[in-house]
Design a protein around this ligand. Structure first.
Ligand code: SF4
Length: 501
């Protein structure tokens, strides 16, 4: 479905190119060239819910190539004291265009009252603008809080002059690009039905993740780069990229770490064999294992010490389960599902204990536990829940948000267990949920027709990812952003002594 919107195309050639990618009946309006004509044309659309403009534009930096697409993050008029119109939905539109194979740049677009060249372009480029046109600011000037989009296919680029034969070929390239811009704008327009955002609280970083990141930051501060980290310190691409930029080196195994290099174990914990190898090599070691994961390891040792078989409810291949299984190879068995629980055989049914991966879904575990308790009445478990407070709290909050939302966005990486469980919890309760690394990965089609969007973030996802997603949703028309809080958290873990200040 599509909301109430209009797509302005200033020139006949631009309108013709756009029309080729639009469905029949799409609300395309040709406005004519220049700020005055654009202003007059836009006046007829004061009541239209969403406004978009697309056409060709001049590039202001040599980072752009003819045929690239600039999606405006703001539109300005080239005039003293002219207000700039923000386009917060730009990342979503950019993502839709990238999915269609376009090379997309996000940045300001400036509108001038005439074609500009040479020194004039350099002056505009110095303001940070990426592209220049002669209509957008007038077409969108009266938008107010309505959703707006501005897309310019780049024709000419600096440093060459505008008026030269090659410009004609570049205009043709830009017009070809415009032909496939229309479908992305249709997707964007369909998502401009969003009116509210419901934020689950708690969400985002937990105490264990904050501690683990703090360990690497302090290690870098004290020892300088490089600091080697076995496995990803936490499962989030943005956290990893940020720490890499600052000098952390992430490796899969210890043999990739040079002798004597400062070494950090990730929040997910390691098997004793890994710890022994590091000790044998004399690596200066800092352990960022979350204390709640360390607790599961110590329970494993306690149960095995009693002579029990341990059934570990968790997912195969996850670093946390591998670390816990490594506490007593052959004495701890992984149980991934209720079907596994039905099949599992143990040497002595009177001596069986269970443990749980800290980041599982609460309801997923209870089904497995029901089977184990039925089959092994003497089953013993940990003194307190293994599923950690952060996992539980985020799931409880999201469940209530999902019940009130049309669709849910979970910010987090695909290899983050707790983030994946959040999306599954919402889906199980009947609300479609999408796990995305950031707002740029959101497909506007997921939001088509939605009025309320629920938003949460996994325990390893930085809070700024949520802020950017909310901003983009405001750009689609969200008027209210409310937080739904089911619990408050005040858990903090102290840093290991090696990096404590
Ligand atoms: Fe620790 Fe729980 Fe955070 Fe995992 S999700 S790091 S177990 S607090």
């Amino acid at each position: 479905m599509s909301g109430d919107w209009v797509l302005f195309a200033p020139m006949r050639a631009e309108a013709r190119a756009l029309r080729r990618g639009l469905p029949p009946g799409a609300p395309l309006r040709r406005t004519g060239r220049g700020l005055s004509r654009a202003g007059r044309a836009a006046a007829a659309y004061r009541a239209t819910a969403a406004l978009a403009v697309a056409g060709i534009g001049g590039g202001l930096t040599d980072r752009l190539q003819p045929g690239d697409v600039v999606v405006a993050t703001e539109v300005r008029r080239d005039a003293p004291d002219a207000a700039s119109l923000p386009c917060p939905g730009a990342p979503l539109l950019a993502a839709a265009l990238r999915r269609r194979g376009h090379t997309v740049h996000l940045g300001p677009v400036v509108s001038t009252d005439r074609l500009v060249d040479g020194a004039e372009r350099e002056r505009l480029a110095a303001t940070g603008a990426l592209a220049v046109d002669t209509e957008s600011a007038a077409l969108l000037a009266g938008a107010g809080r309505r959703p707006v989009a501005c897309v310019r296919a780049v024709a000419d680029v600096p440093p060459g002059p505008l008026y030269r034969p090659a410009t004609l070929a570049r205009v043709a390239t830009a017009l070809r690009t415009l032909r496939s811009v229309g479908p992305a704008l249709v997707d964007w327009a369909a998502a401009t039905t969003v009116r509210g955002v419901l934020l689950a609280a708690p969400r985002s970083f937990c105490a264990g993740v904050e501690r683990a990141i703090g360990v690497v930051e302090q290690a870098l501060h004290r020892h300088g780069p490089p600091v080697y980290v076995r496995k990803q310190i936490v499962h989030n691409v943005h956290v990893i990229a940020d720490l890499q930029r600052r000098g952390a080196v992430f490796v899969d195994e210890l043999d990739e770490i040079p002798d004597g290099a400062v070494t950090v174990f990730s929040a997910h914990g390691v098997a004793p064999a890994v710890r022994d190898t590091a000790a044998r090599r004399g690596l200066p070691l800092i352990d960022a294992t979350c204390p709640l994961v360390a607790k599961v390891h110590s329970e494993a040792r306690r149960f095995v010490g009693r002579g029990n078989t341990v059934l570990l409810i968790g997912h195969a291949g996850h670093e946390e389960t591998e670390g816990t299984l490594g506490e007593a190879p052959g004495r701890i068995t992984l149980v991934e599902s209720a079907q596994d629980a039905e099949r599992i055989e143990v040497a002595d049914p009177e001596r069986v204990s269970y443990l749980v991966q800290t980041t599982l879904a609460v309801d997923e575990v209870s089904g497995v536990l029901d089977v184990l308790r039925r089959r092994f009445p003497a089953l013993t478990g940990p003194s307190s829940d293994d599923i950690c407070y952060a996992t539980t709290n985020r799931q409880v909050a999201l469940r209530e948000v999902a019940a009130r939302a049309d669709v849910v966005l979970v910010l987090g990486s695909a290899n983050s267990s707790n983030s994946r469980r959040l999306a599954e919890v919402s889906e199980r309760d009947g609300t479609p949920a999408y796990l995305v690394d950031d707002v740029e990965a959101v497909d506007p089609r997921w939001l088509a027709g939605a009025r309320t969007v629920g938003v949460t973030a996994g325990a390893s996802a930085p809070p700024w990812l949520v802020e950017r997603a909310v901003e983009a949703l405001r750009g689609l028309g969200a008027r209210t952003v409310r937080e739904h809080t089911t619990s408050t958290e005040d858990v903090h873990f102290t840093l290991p002594k090696e990096v404590r200040t």
